[in-house]
Design a protein around this ligand. Sequence first.
Ligand code: NAD
Ligand code: UGA
Length: 470
Amino acid sequence: MSLKIKNICCIGAGYVGGPTMAVIARNCPKIQINIVDINEKKIKEWGNKDLNKLPVYEPGLDEYIKECRGNNLHFSSDVEKYISTADMIFLSVNTPTKTQGIGAGQASNLKWIEASARQISKYATGHTIVVEKSTLPVKTALTIKEILNGSNIDNDKTFQILSNPEFLSEGSAINDLEKPDRVLIGGENKEAIDSLINIYANWVPRERILTTDLWSSELSKLIANAFLAQRISSINSISALCEKTGADIKQVSLALGTDSRIGPKFLNAGPGFGGSCFKKDISNLIYICDHYGLYEVSKYWQKVIDINFWQSERISNLVVNKLFGNLSNKKISILGFAFKANTNDTRESPAIKICRNLLEEGANLKIYDPKVSKSQIDKDLGEFLPSNKNINSEYGNWIYCDLAEKTFEEADATLILTEWEEFKFLNWYDLALKMRRPSWVFDTRSIINLDLAKKAGLKIWSIGNGTLIK
Ligand code: NAD
Ligand code: UGA
Protein backbone atom coordinates (compact mmCIF):
# COMPACT_ATOMS: atom_id res chain seq x y z
CA MET A 1 0.00 0.00 0.00
CA SER A 2 1.16 3.52 -0.73
CA LEU A 3 -0.46 6.93 -0.91
CA LYS A 4 -0.85 8.54 -4.30
CA ILE A 5 1.06 11.79 -4.11
CA LYS A 6 -0.53 14.57 -6.17
CA ASN A 7 0.86 17.72 -4.55
CA ILE A 8 4.39 18.27 -3.35
CA CYS A 9 5.65 21.34 -1.50
CA CYS A 10 9.38 21.92 -1.20
CA ILE A 11 10.47 24.38 1.50
CA GLY A 12 13.73 26.02 0.37
CA ALA A 13 14.42 27.13 -3.22
CA GLY A 14 18.21 26.85 -3.05
CA TYR A 15 20.89 24.72 -4.66
CA VAL A 16 19.13 21.53 -3.55
CA GLY A 17 15.44 22.48 -3.63
CA GLY A 18 15.52 24.04 -7.13
CA PRO A 19 17.32 21.31 -9.13
CA THR A 20 15.83 18.39 -7.13
CA MET A 21 12.25 19.51 -7.69
CA ALA A 22 12.92 20.37 -11.34
CA VAL A 23 14.03 16.78 -11.93
CA ILE A 24 11.04 15.32 -10.06
CA ALA A 25 8.72 17.65 -12.02
CA ARG A 26 10.05 16.53 -15.38
CA ASN A 27 9.88 12.85 -14.49
CA CYS A 28 6.48 13.02 -12.80
CA PRO A 29 4.29 15.28 -14.96
CA LYS A 30 1.15 14.32 -13.01
CA ILE A 31 2.47 15.70 -9.72
CA GLN A 32 2.06 19.42 -9.00
CA ILE A 33 5.16 20.82 -7.28
CA ASN A 34 5.37 24.14 -5.44
CA ILE A 35 8.76 25.34 -4.28
CA VAL A 36 8.42 27.96 -1.55
CA ASP A 37 10.98 30.22 0.06
CA ILE A 38 10.97 33.12 2.49
CA ASN A 39 13.52 34.85 0.29
CA GLU A 40 11.24 36.77 -2.10
CA LYS A 41 14.12 37.97 -4.25
CA LYS A 42 15.16 34.39 -4.92
CA ILE A 43 11.60 33.38 -5.80
CA LYS A 44 11.44 36.27 -8.25
CA GLU A 45 14.71 35.19 -9.82
CA TRP A 46 13.40 31.63 -10.30
CA GLY A 47 10.58 33.20 -12.30
CA ASN A 48 12.97 35.14 -14.55
CA LYS A 49 12.16 34.81 -18.27
CA ASP A 50 15.88 35.05 -19.02
CA LEU A 51 17.02 31.55 -18.07
CA ASN A 52 20.61 32.81 -17.70
CA LYS A 53 19.45 34.72 -14.64
CA LEU A 54 18.16 31.89 -12.46
CA PRO A 55 19.57 32.11 -8.90
CA VAL A 56 21.33 28.75 -9.27
CA TYR A 57 23.65 27.99 -12.16
CA GLU A 58 23.70 24.28 -13.03
CA PRO A 59 24.46 22.94 -16.50
CA GLY A 60 21.20 21.72 -18.06
CA LEU A 61 18.90 23.13 -15.36
CA ASP A 62 17.55 25.85 -17.67
CA GLU A 63 16.02 23.23 -19.97
CA TYR A 64 14.13 21.65 -17.07
CA ILE A 65 12.84 25.01 -15.88
CA LYS A 66 11.79 25.95 -19.41
CA GLU A 67 9.82 22.73 -19.79
CA CYS A 68 8.16 22.51 -16.37
CA ARG A 69 7.79 26.04 -14.96
CA GLY A 70 4.17 27.12 -15.06
CA ASN A 71 3.04 23.57 -15.89
CA ASN A 72 3.72 21.37 -12.89
CA LEU A 73 6.57 23.35 -11.28
CA HIS A 74 5.81 26.61 -9.49
CA PHE A 75 7.78 29.03 -7.31
CA SER A 76 6.13 31.06 -4.56
CA SER A 77 6.80 32.89 -1.31
CA ASP A 78 3.36 31.90 0.00
CA VAL A 79 4.75 29.19 2.29
CA GLU A 80 1.54 28.68 4.29
CA LYS A 81 -0.72 28.18 1.26
CA TYR A 82 1.40 25.49 -0.33
CA ILE A 83 2.04 23.67 2.94
CA SER A 84 -1.71 23.39 3.36
CA THR A 85 -2.31 21.79 -0.05
CA ALA A 86 0.60 19.32 0.01
CA ASP A 87 0.48 15.54 0.52
CA MET A 88 4.25 15.47 0.77
CA ILE A 89 6.60 18.23 1.98
CA PHE A 90 10.35 18.24 1.37
CA LEU A 91 12.50 20.20 3.82
CA SER A 92 15.38 21.64 1.77
CA VAL A 93 16.32 24.55 3.98
CA ASN A 94 19.84 25.54 4.94
CA THR A 95 21.54 23.94 7.95
CA PRO A 96 24.79 25.91 8.36
CA THR A 97 27.23 25.69 11.24
CA LYS A 98 26.27 27.68 14.34
CA THR A 99 28.35 30.82 14.67
CA GLN A 100 27.57 31.55 18.33
CA GLY A 101 26.30 29.95 21.49
CA ILE A 102 26.56 26.29 22.42
CA GLY A 103 28.39 24.30 19.75
CA ALA A 104 29.51 27.44 17.87
CA GLY A 105 31.79 26.50 14.99
CA GLN A 106 30.66 22.86 15.02
CA ALA A 107 26.99 22.12 15.61
CA SER A 108 24.41 22.65 12.85
CA ASN A 109 22.10 25.59 13.25
CA LEU A 110 18.66 24.01 13.07
CA LYS A 111 16.62 27.18 13.43
CA TRP A 112 15.38 27.05 9.81
CA ILE A 113 14.41 23.40 10.18
CA GLU A 114 12.55 24.12 13.38
CA ALA A 115 10.77 27.14 11.87
CA SER A 116 9.69 25.04 8.88
CA ALA A 117 8.45 22.21 11.12
CA ARG A 118 6.40 24.69 13.16
CA GLN A 119 4.83 26.09 10.00
CA ILE A 120 4.00 22.60 8.75
CA SER A 121 2.47 21.75 12.09
CA LYS A 122 0.29 24.83 11.90
CA TYR A 123 -0.78 24.88 8.26
CA ALA A 124 -0.76 21.26 7.07
CA THR A 125 -4.11 19.59 6.56
CA GLY A 126 -5.06 15.90 6.69
CA HIS A 127 -2.20 13.41 6.34
CA THR A 128 1.21 14.75 5.34
CA ILE A 129 4.51 12.99 4.68
CA VAL A 130 7.42 15.20 5.73
CA VAL A 131 10.70 14.39 4.01
CA GLU A 132 14.07 15.52 5.38
CA LYS A 133 16.08 16.51 2.30
CA SER A 134 18.45 18.84 4.16
CA THR A 135 21.53 17.28 5.75
CA LEU A 136 20.79 16.91 9.45
CA PRO A 137 22.41 15.61 12.63
CA VAL A 138 21.41 12.05 13.43
CA LYS A 139 18.18 11.97 15.49
CA THR A 140 16.77 15.24 14.10
CA ALA A 141 13.65 13.37 12.96
CA LEU A 142 12.81 12.93 16.64
CA THR A 143 12.79 16.71 17.15
CA ILE A 144 10.74 17.27 14.00
CA LYS A 145 8.23 14.64 15.08
CA GLU A 146 7.83 16.28 18.48
CA ILE A 147 7.27 19.72 16.92
CA LEU A 148 4.82 18.41 14.32
CA ASN A 149 2.71 16.55 16.83
CA GLY A 150 3.20 18.99 19.71
CA SER A 151 1.13 21.84 18.30
CA ASN A 152 -1.48 19.60 16.69
CA ILE A 153 -3.88 20.36 19.52
CA ASP A 154 -7.10 19.20 17.82
CA ASN A 155 -5.44 15.98 16.66
CA ASP A 156 -6.94 16.57 13.23
CA LYS A 157 -3.72 16.03 11.28
CA THR A 158 -1.31 13.15 10.96
CA PHE A 159 2.33 13.08 9.90
CA GLN A 160 4.93 10.59 8.83
CA ILE A 161 8.62 11.53 8.67
CA LEU A 162 11.13 10.20 6.18
CA SER A 163 14.83 10.86 5.76
CA ASN A 164 15.84 11.19 2.10
CA PRO A 165 19.25 12.89 2.06
CA GLU A 166 20.53 14.42 -1.15
CA PHE A 167 23.85 13.32 -2.65
CA LEU A 168 24.02 15.65 -5.66
CA SER A 169 27.21 17.56 -6.37
CA GLU A 170 27.02 21.10 -7.63
CA GLY A 171 28.01 21.45 -11.26
CA SER A 172 26.75 17.96 -12.09
CA ALA A 173 23.46 18.14 -10.17
CA ILE A 174 21.16 17.30 -13.08
CA ASN A 175 23.12 14.21 -14.04
CA ASP A 176 23.45 13.16 -10.38
CA LEU A 177 19.69 13.48 -9.93
CA GLU A 178 18.77 11.75 -13.17
CA LYS A 179 21.24 8.88 -12.66
CA PRO A 180 21.94 8.64 -8.96
CA ASP A 181 24.29 5.96 -7.61
CA ARG A 182 21.56 5.41 -5.05
CA VAL A 183 18.52 7.05 -3.53
CA LEU A 184 18.39 6.59 0.22
CA ILE A 185 15.10 6.53 2.10
CA GLY A 186 14.98 6.07 5.86
CA GLY A 187 11.74 5.69 7.73
CA GLU A 188 9.52 3.76 10.11
CA ASN A 189 6.30 3.52 8.14
CA LYS A 190 6.06 1.28 5.08
CA GLU A 191 3.20 3.18 3.48
CA ALA A 192 5.13 6.47 3.62
CA ILE A 193 8.34 4.83 2.37
CA ASP A 194 6.50 3.23 -0.55
CA SER A 195 4.92 6.57 -1.48
CA LEU A 196 8.36 8.12 -1.90
CA ILE A 197 9.77 5.03 -3.63
CA ASN A 198 6.95 5.29 -6.19
CA ILE A 199 8.00 8.83 -7.06
CA TYR A 200 11.67 7.94 -7.65
CA ALA A 201 10.74 4.71 -9.42
CA ASN A 202 9.52 6.86 -12.33
CA TRP A 203 13.14 7.20 -13.44
CA VAL A 204 15.49 5.47 -10.95
CA PRO A 205 15.98 1.68 -11.25
CA ARG A 206 14.37 0.00 -8.25
CA GLU A 207 17.60 -1.70 -7.14
CA ARG A 208 19.18 1.73 -6.67
CA ILE A 209 16.57 2.80 -4.15
CA LEU A 210 17.83 1.78 -0.71
CA THR A 211 15.67 1.79 2.38
CA THR A 212 16.97 1.92 5.95
CA ASP A 213 15.83 3.01 9.38
CA LEU A 214 15.68 6.75 10.05
CA TRP A 215 18.89 7.07 12.05
CA SER A 216 21.03 5.08 9.60
CA SER A 217 19.81 7.27 6.76
CA GLU A 218 20.47 10.56 8.58
CA LEU A 219 23.92 9.39 9.69
CA SER A 220 24.91 7.93 6.29
CA LYS A 221 24.64 11.35 4.67
CA LEU A 222 27.05 12.96 7.15
CA ILE A 223 29.47 10.06 6.82
CA ALA A 224 29.38 10.04 3.01
CA ASN A 225 30.52 13.67 3.01
CA ALA A 226 33.12 12.99 5.70
CA PHE A 227 34.60 10.11 3.64
CA LEU A 228 34.72 12.20 0.47
CA ALA A 229 36.40 15.10 2.27
CA GLN A 230 38.85 12.71 3.91
CA ARG A 231 39.95 11.48 0.46
CA ILE A 232 40.68 15.04 -0.63
CA SER A 233 42.67 15.82 2.52
CA SER A 234 44.58 12.56 2.01
CA ILE A 235 45.56 13.38 -1.57
CA ASN A 236 46.30 17.02 -0.71
CA SER A 237 48.63 15.98 2.12
CA ILE A 238 50.51 13.76 -0.35
CA SER A 239 50.67 16.60 -2.93
CA ALA A 240 52.97 18.43 -0.51
CA LEU A 241 55.18 15.36 -0.17
CA CYS A 242 55.37 15.03 -3.96
CA GLU A 243 56.57 18.62 -4.25
CA LYS A 244 59.41 17.87 -1.81
CA THR A 245 60.47 14.54 -3.27
CA GLY A 246 60.22 14.96 -7.06
CA ALA A 247 57.17 12.70 -7.43
CA ASP A 248 54.11 13.83 -9.40
CA ILE A 249 50.70 13.69 -7.68
CA LYS A 250 48.89 13.00 -10.96
CA GLN A 251 50.94 9.86 -11.50
CA VAL A 252 50.52 8.86 -7.86
CA SER A 253 46.72 9.36 -8.17
CA LEU A 254 46.66 7.21 -11.28
CA ALA A 255 48.62 4.46 -9.59
CA LEU A 256 46.31 4.57 -6.56
CA GLY A 257 43.06 4.90 -8.47
CA THR A 258 43.63 1.86 -10.65
CA ASP A 259 43.40 -0.31 -7.52
CA SER A 260 39.74 -1.27 -7.76
CA ARG A 261 39.45 -1.15 -3.98
CA ILE A 262 40.46 2.54 -3.99
CA GLY A 263 38.89 3.68 -7.30
CA PRO A 264 39.85 6.66 -9.49
CA LYS A 265 37.40 9.36 -8.35
CA PHE A 266 38.08 12.17 -5.89
CA LEU A 267 41.85 11.91 -6.13
CA ASN A 268 42.56 15.33 -7.68
CA ALA A 269 44.83 17.44 -5.51
CA GLY A 270 43.76 21.07 -5.25
CA PRO A 271 43.72 24.17 -3.06
CA GLY A 272 41.53 22.42 -0.48
CA PHE A 273 37.90 21.43 -0.53
CA GLY A 274 35.30 24.18 -0.47
CA GLY A 275 31.54 24.20 -0.80
CA SER A 276 28.85 24.70 1.78
CA CYS A 277 28.82 21.16 3.10
CA PHE A 278 32.07 19.26 3.65
CA LYS A 279 33.43 21.44 6.46
CA LYS A 280 29.99 21.94 7.99
CA ASP A 281 29.15 18.24 7.94
CA ILE A 282 32.49 17.05 9.35
CA SER A 283 32.27 19.75 12.04
CA ASN A 284 28.83 18.44 12.90
CA LEU A 285 30.16 14.88 13.02
CA ILE A 286 32.90 16.02 15.39
CA TYR A 287 30.32 17.73 17.59
CA ILE A 288 28.16 14.61 17.72
CA CYS A 289 31.15 12.37 18.57
CA ASP A 290 32.19 14.71 21.38
CA HIS A 291 28.60 14.72 22.62
CA TYR A 292 28.78 10.93 22.98
CA GLY A 293 32.25 11.09 24.57
CA LEU A 294 33.99 9.59 21.50
CA TYR A 295 36.94 11.99 21.70
CA GLU A 296 39.42 9.84 19.74
CA VAL A 297 36.92 9.60 16.88
CA SER A 298 36.37 13.34 16.81
CA LYS A 299 40.14 14.02 16.87
CA TYR A 300 40.54 11.72 13.86
CA TRP A 301 38.00 13.70 11.80
CA GLN A 302 39.32 17.05 13.01
CA LYS A 303 42.58 16.29 11.16
CA VAL A 304 40.68 16.22 7.85
CA ILE A 305 39.65 19.84 8.45
CA ASP A 306 43.12 20.82 9.72
CA ILE A 307 44.85 19.54 6.56
CA ASN A 308 42.32 21.39 4.44
CA PHE A 309 43.08 24.68 6.18
CA TRP A 310 46.80 24.04 5.92
CA GLN A 311 46.63 23.31 2.19
CA SER A 312 45.18 26.70 1.20
CA GLU A 313 47.44 28.46 3.70
CA ARG A 314 50.57 26.84 2.27
CA ILE A 315 49.52 27.93 -1.24
CA SER A 316 49.24 31.60 -0.33
CA ASN A 317 52.52 31.36 1.61
CA LEU A 318 54.38 29.89 -1.32
CA VAL A 319 53.06 32.58 -3.69
CA VAL A 320 54.51 35.20 -1.33
CA ASN A 321 57.82 33.33 -1.11
CA LYS A 322 58.22 32.83 -4.86
CA LEU A 323 57.53 36.55 -5.42
CA PHE A 324 60.58 37.46 -3.28
CA GLY A 325 58.63 37.57 -0.01
CA ASN A 326 56.89 40.80 -0.97
CA LEU A 327 53.54 41.40 -2.66
CA SER A 328 53.20 45.09 -1.95
CA ASN A 329 51.59 46.70 -5.02
CA LYS A 330 52.29 43.64 -7.14
CA LYS A 331 49.60 42.74 -9.65
CA ILE A 332 48.24 39.21 -9.47
CA SER A 333 45.74 37.64 -11.82
CA ILE A 334 43.17 35.37 -10.15
CA LEU A 335 41.46 32.84 -12.40
CA GLY A 336 38.40 31.30 -10.80
CA PHE A 337 36.56 32.16 -7.60
CA ALA A 338 33.86 29.46 -7.38
CA PHE A 339 34.65 26.52 -5.07
CA LYS A 340 34.67 24.21 -8.09
CA ALA A 341 33.95 24.44 -11.82
CA ASN A 342 30.45 24.62 -13.33
CA THR A 343 28.83 26.42 -10.42
CA ASN A 344 28.36 30.06 -9.36
CA ASP A 345 28.60 29.01 -5.69
CA THR A 346 31.46 30.49 -3.67
CA ARG A 347 30.53 29.18 -0.22
CA GLU A 348 33.75 28.16 1.63
CA SER A 349 35.65 28.54 -1.64
CA PRO A 350 39.41 28.25 -1.03
CA ALA A 351 39.70 31.28 -3.34
CA ILE A 352 38.26 33.47 -0.58
CA LYS A 353 40.96 32.67 1.96
CA ILE A 354 43.79 32.70 -0.57
CA CYS A 355 42.70 36.11 -1.96
CA ARG A 356 42.34 37.52 1.56
CA ASN A 357 45.85 36.35 2.45
CA LEU A 358 47.29 37.95 -0.69
CA LEU A 359 45.39 41.20 -0.06
CA GLU A 360 46.79 41.31 3.46
CA GLU A 361 50.26 41.13 1.92
CA GLY A 362 49.41 44.23 -0.16
CA ALA A 363 48.78 42.57 -3.55
CA ASN A 364 46.54 44.13 -6.19
CA LEU A 365 44.30 41.40 -7.55
CA LYS A 366 42.43 41.20 -10.84
CA ILE A 367 39.77 38.55 -10.45
CA TYR A 368 37.88 36.68 -13.15
CA ASP A 369 35.37 33.86 -12.87
CA PRO A 370 33.01 32.87 -15.70
CA LYS A 371 29.97 32.53 -13.41
CA VAL A 372 30.61 34.38 -10.14
CA SER A 373 29.35 37.97 -10.10
CA LYS A 374 31.26 41.00 -8.85
CA SER A 375 28.66 41.57 -6.14
CA GLN A 376 29.24 38.04 -4.80
CA ILE A 377 33.00 38.63 -4.66
CA ASP A 378 32.27 41.94 -2.88
CA LYS A 379 30.42 40.00 -0.20
CA ASP A 380 33.10 37.34 0.10
CA LEU A 381 36.05 39.71 0.36
CA GLY A 382 34.12 41.85 2.84
CA GLU A 383 36.45 44.27 4.55
CA PHE A 384 38.68 44.37 1.48
CA LEU A 385 36.08 46.40 -0.41
CA PRO A 386 37.87 49.18 -2.29
CA SER A 387 35.86 51.80 -0.34
CA ASN A 388 37.30 50.49 2.95
CA LYS A 389 40.89 50.63 1.78
CA ASN A 390 41.86 53.48 4.09
CA ILE A 391 41.12 51.27 7.12
CA ASN A 392 44.53 49.71 6.67
CA SER A 393 46.72 51.31 4.03
CA GLU A 394 48.94 48.23 3.90
CA TYR A 395 46.10 46.20 2.39
CA GLY A 396 46.08 45.57 -1.32
CA ASN A 397 43.12 46.11 -3.59
CA TRP A 398 41.10 44.11 -6.09
CA ILE A 399 39.12 44.66 -9.23
CA TYR A 400 36.76 42.45 -11.18
CA CYS A 401 37.47 41.54 -14.81
CA ASP A 402 34.95 40.18 -17.31
CA LEU A 403 37.52 38.25 -19.35
CA ALA A 404 40.39 36.02 -18.26
CA GLU A 405 42.82 37.80 -20.59
CA LYS A 406 42.19 41.18 -18.92
CA THR A 407 43.63 39.94 -15.61
CA PHE A 408 47.10 39.53 -17.11
CA GLU A 409 48.02 43.18 -17.84
CA GLU A 410 51.36 43.87 -16.06
CA ALA A 411 50.75 40.92 -13.75
CA ASP A 412 53.65 39.33 -11.87
CA ALA A 413 51.74 36.10 -11.46
CA THR A 414 48.52 34.30 -12.23
CA LEU A 415 46.81 31.88 -9.83
CA ILE A 416 44.41 29.30 -11.20
CA LEU A 417 42.02 28.57 -8.34
CA THR A 418 39.04 26.90 -10.07
CA GLU A 419 39.29 24.22 -12.74
CA TRP A 420 37.07 25.91 -15.36
CA GLU A 421 37.41 24.29 -18.78
CA GLU A 422 38.39 27.57 -20.48
CA PHE A 423 41.54 27.86 -18.34
CA LYS A 424 42.87 24.66 -19.90
CA PHE A 425 43.13 26.36 -23.27
CA LEU A 426 44.68 29.72 -22.44
CA ASN A 427 47.11 31.06 -25.02
CA TRP A 428 50.17 31.25 -22.81
CA TYR A 429 52.34 32.76 -25.51
CA ASP A 430 50.09 35.84 -25.87
CA LEU A 431 49.41 36.11 -22.14
CA ALA A 432 53.09 35.97 -21.19
CA LEU A 433 53.68 39.05 -23.37
CA LYS A 434 51.23 41.05 -21.22
CA MET A 435 52.94 40.12 -17.93
CA ARG A 436 55.86 41.66 -16.04
CA ARG A 437 58.97 39.45 -15.81
CA PRO A 438 59.79 37.23 -14.04
CA SER A 439 56.20 35.98 -14.48
CA TRP A 440 54.73 33.10 -12.54
CA VAL A 441 51.87 30.68 -13.07
CA PHE A 442 50.54 28.99 -9.91
CA ASP A 443 48.28 26.18 -11.04
CA THR A 444 46.49 24.95 -7.93
CA ARG A 445 44.31 22.57 -9.99
CA SER A 446 47.01 21.11 -12.19
CA ILE A 447 45.09 21.75 -15.42
CA ILE A 448 47.36 23.81 -17.68
CA ASN A 449 49.53 22.58 -20.51
CA LEU A 450 52.92 22.80 -18.81
CA ASP A 451 54.95 22.56 -22.02
CA LEU A 452 53.18 25.52 -23.63
CA ALA A 453 53.49 27.64 -20.49
CA LYS A 454 57.20 26.78 -20.20
CA LYS A 455 57.82 27.59 -23.86
CA ALA A 456 56.18 30.98 -23.28
CA GLY A 457 58.94 31.68 -20.75
CA LEU A 458 56.80 31.46 -17.63
CA LYS A 459 57.94 30.17 -14.25
CA ILE A 460 55.59 27.45 -13.09
CA TRP A 461 54.36 25.93 -9.86
CA SER A 462 51.74 23.23 -10.28
CA ILE A 463 50.19 21.46 -7.32
CA GLY A 464 51.89 18.22 -6.32
CA ASN A 465 54.28 18.40 -9.24
CA GLY A 466 57.71 17.61 -7.84
CA THR A 467 59.20 17.33 -11.33
CA LEU A 468 59.29 21.17 -11.40
CA ILE A 469 61.82 21.26 -8.54
CA LYS A 470 64.95 23.04 -9.71
P1 NAD B 1 20.50 27.16 0.18
O1 NAD B 1 20.94 28.14 1.19
O2 NAD B 1 20.94 27.29 -1.24
O3 NAD B 1 18.89 27.09 0.16
C1 NAD B 1 18.12 27.00 1.33
C2 NAD B 1 16.90 27.90 1.15
O4 NAD B 1 15.99 27.67 2.23
C3 NAD B 1 17.22 29.38 1.18
O5 NAD B 1 16.83 29.98 -0.04
C4 NAD B 1 16.40 29.93 2.37
O6 NAD B 1 15.86 31.22 2.14
C5 NAD B 1 15.30 28.90 2.47
N1 NAD B 1 14.64 28.86 3.78
C6 NAD B 1 15.21 28.82 5.02
N2 NAD B 1 14.26 28.77 5.97
C7 NAD B 1 13.06 28.78 5.34
C8 NAD B 1 11.71 28.74 5.79
N3 NAD B 1 11.40 28.67 7.09
N4 NAD B 1 10.73 28.78 4.88
C9 NAD B 1 11.01 28.85 3.56
N5 NAD B 1 12.27 28.89 3.06
C10 NAD B 1 13.29 28.85 3.95
O7 NAD B 1 20.94 25.73 0.74
P2 NAD B 1 21.26 24.41 -0.12
O8 NAD B 1 22.65 24.45 -0.63
O9 NAD B 1 20.14 24.17 -1.06
O10 NAD B 1 21.27 23.31 1.04
C11 NAD B 1 20.06 22.92 1.68
C12 NAD B 1 20.34 21.67 2.49
O11 NAD B 1 20.73 20.60 1.61
C13 NAD B 1 21.46 21.80 3.52
O12 NAD B 1 21.12 21.03 4.64
C14 NAD B 1 22.66 21.18 2.82
O13 NAD B 1 23.57 20.62 3.74
C15 NAD B 1 22.01 20.07 2.02
N6 NAD B 1 22.72 19.68 0.79
C16 NAD B 1 23.26 20.63 -0.03
C17 NAD B 1 23.89 20.24 -1.22
C18 NAD B 1 24.49 21.25 -2.15
O14 NAD B 1 25.13 20.84 -3.11
N7 NAD B 1 24.34 22.55 -1.95
C19 NAD B 1 23.92 18.89 -1.58
C20 NAD B 1 23.35 17.95 -0.72
C21 NAD B 1 22.74 18.36 0.45
C1 UGA C 1 29.64 17.33 -2.16
C2 UGA C 1 29.43 15.82 -2.38
O1 UGA C 1 30.25 15.40 -3.48
C3 UGA C 1 27.96 15.52 -2.68
O2 UGA C 1 27.77 14.11 -2.78
C4 UGA C 1 27.09 16.07 -1.54
O3 UGA C 1 25.73 15.87 -1.84
C5 UGA C 1 27.35 17.56 -1.38
O4 UGA C 1 28.77 17.77 -1.11
C6 UGA C 1 26.64 18.16 -0.20
O5 UGA C 1 26.22 17.46 0.69
O6 UGA C 1 26.58 19.38 -0.24
P1 UGA C 1 29.88 19.46 -3.73
O7 UGA C 1 30.32 20.13 -2.47
O8 UGA C 1 28.84 20.10 -4.56
O9 UGA C 1 29.33 17.99 -3.38
O10 UGA C 1 31.13 19.24 -4.68
P2 UGA C 1 32.31 18.16 -4.75
O11 UGA C 1 32.46 17.75 -6.14
O12 UGA C 1 32.19 17.11 -3.74
O13 UGA C 1 33.57 19.07 -4.40
C7 UGA C 1 33.79 19.58 -3.11
C8 UGA C 1 35.14 20.25 -3.05
O14 UGA C 1 36.18 19.28 -3.16
C9 UGA C 1 35.39 21.26 -4.17
O15 UGA C 1 36.05 22.38 -3.65
C10 UGA C 1 36.26 20.50 -5.15
O16 UGA C 1 37.08 21.34 -5.93
C11 UGA C 1 37.08 19.65 -4.19
N1 UGA C 1 37.61 18.44 -4.84
C12 UGA C 1 36.77 17.47 -5.27
C13 UGA C 1 38.98 18.28 -4.95
O17 UGA C 1 39.78 19.15 -4.54
N2 UGA C 1 39.46 17.13 -5.53
C14 UGA C 1 38.64 16.15 -5.99
O18 UGA C 1 39.17 15.12 -6.50
C15 UGA C 1 37.27 16.32 -5.86
